[in-house]
Ligand binder design. Structure first.
Ligand SMILES: C[S@@+](CC[C@H](N)C(=O)[O-])C[C@H]1O[C@@H](n2cnc3c(N)ncnc32)[C@H](O)[C@@H]1O
Length: 264
């Protein structure tokens, strides 16, 4: 396996090409299925634009469940015995994801809530302002898993890590990219540091802007990633990870010699 590479392919297809028991941790931030063709757009202290990303439009629940089942179908096979998967979702998709995770035969270990105190208001004023996201933790084995208690404690100002993460969603200009569903770096770092060891292999099925890849690079984990949108790879991920010192596996020619689109 060629490590520390991003591939411009569908994650489900890519996973089929991986050997058994080769991945220590999967960190998945899949589409939540919240986008609409004619997404809402309105004002509240500035413009609020609903999500309308083509990759996030599924039409109905059955299609979303089918997509989720498909990409999850290989995860148990590719995980090492004590490997874990983390999957993100919102107040609705997380239940659909959990339904599919249960079907895989992986074992439920926990649920973490990301509390975003600075989330935008609900401009319709007809419901709660959505201020949370959820990440499910499942393991391959019932008996053993990686939980780096002391490292997580360090990331939490010396206090034991809790299952709610009170992290502002607002990013600095330096961190922020134009990807509309970029995760806050700290969320990715907690998962990577908490549930893998140095030099382990982390697989990131939905790379997006590359947040989870950056967490791997900064924390000395090997990684493999997939992303179907080539523009995100070319314009966001590669420049971002080159800044982190990624140089295509030891070669020093950076972007010119990238190999992300080669067959695996
Ligand atoms: C929610 S975003 C991930 C954001 C990422 N966590 C970050 O911080 O930037 C999901 C990404 O998955 C990509 N995607 C959607 N379906 C995919 C598939 N079947 N295989 C690989 N990537 C996919 C989308 O293009 C999108 O960039």
């Amino acid at each position: 396996m060629d490590l520390n590479k991003i591939y411009n392919v569908d994650c489900g297809q890519y996973m089929k090409s991986l050997p058994d028991a080769c991945i220590n941790l999967v960190v998945a931030d899949p589409p939540y299925g919240v986008s609409r063709e004619n997404a809402f757009s309105g004002y509240s202290r500035g413009i609020i634009r609903g999500l309308d990303e083509a990759w996030d439009i599924f039409g109905n629940e059955e299609t979303y469940l089918g997509f989720t089942r498909e990409w999850l179908s290989q995860v148990k096979r590719i995980l090492v015995e004590h490997g874990s998967i983390f999957v993100w979702g919102n107040y609705r998709s997380i239940f659909q994801v959990q339904k599919c995770l249960e079907e895989t035969g992986l074992h439920y270990k926990g649920l973490v809530v990301w509390v975003k105190r600075d989330a935008p208001p609900n401009v319709t004023c007809r419901g709660y302002a959505a201020s949370t996201e959820y990440v499910l933790w499942y393991c391959k084995s019932k008996k053993g898993w990686v939980f780096n208690h002391d490292d997580l404690k360090k990331l939490n100002n010396g206090k034991q890590m809790r299952d709610f993460w009170d992290i502002q969603r607002t990013m600095t200009k330096r961190e922020h990219t134009r990807h509309r569903t970029q995760k806050k770096y700290e969320t990715a770092e907690r998962i990577v540091v908490g549930h893998s060891r140095k030099n382990d292999i982390v697989y990131i099925p939905f790379a997006g802007s590359g947040t989870e890849i950056v967490a791997c690079i900064r924390n000395r984990r090997n990684w493999l990633a997939t992303e179907t949108d080539k523009q995100y790879i070319d314009e966001i991920i590669l420049p971002r990870i080159c800044q982190e010192g990624w140089n295509n596996g030891g070669e020093t020619d950076g972007l010119e010699n990238r190999r992300y689109n080669e067959p695996v």
